[in-house]
Design a protein. Structure first.
Length: 142
């Protein structure tokens, strides 16, 4: 359900009107698949990306990569679980591939209204490039 809401309200930071999205897509950069995980939702500019079945090929390093967590508290805590670390490291590997371009944005979308503590935990663990879209922000976009 959260994925559908994010899909309808997004993109959250990607500029331009020619956006499309893909759900549960793997990520390919420089003709190589990055990691073995996927993103819940990827927004991209139709003019700078191509979509092939379950993969997105971004040609001009422009996209919005979203992980949806109904309650971010179950995903991010003071002691990150192995599962959370694995997913965050996948996101970081995609970020590292694309960090030369500021048009690539990374978000965790959640229904939780107060997310400041979770943003601090991300920063403390070197995931400061990931922003959290709170339930309050989602409501404001409606």
């Amino acid at each position: 359900m959260l994925e559908y809401i994010a899909q309808e309200l997004g993109p959250f930071g990607l500029e331009g009107r020619n956006c499309d999205y893909s759900c549960r897509s793997n990520f390919i950069y420089d003709e190589k698949q990055i990691g073995s995980a996927d993103f819940d939702l990827i927004f991209f500019n139709r003019e700078s990306a191509e979509y092939y079945e379950d993969c997105i090929y971004i040609k001009e390093d422009e996209g919005e990569f979203i992980e949806c967590k109904t309650d971010v508290r179950t995903f991010i805590s003071e002691e990150l679980s192995h599962t959370s670390q694995k997913k965050l490291n996948f996101i970081k590997s995609v970020y590292e591939s694309l960090k030369v371009n500021p048009k690539c944005l990374f978000f965790i979308v959640t229904f939780r209204k107060n997310v400041a503590i979770y943003e601090d935990i991300l920063k403390k663990n070197n995931y400061e490039f990931i922003s959290i879209i709170s339930g309050k922000e989602l409501l404001n976009k409606v």
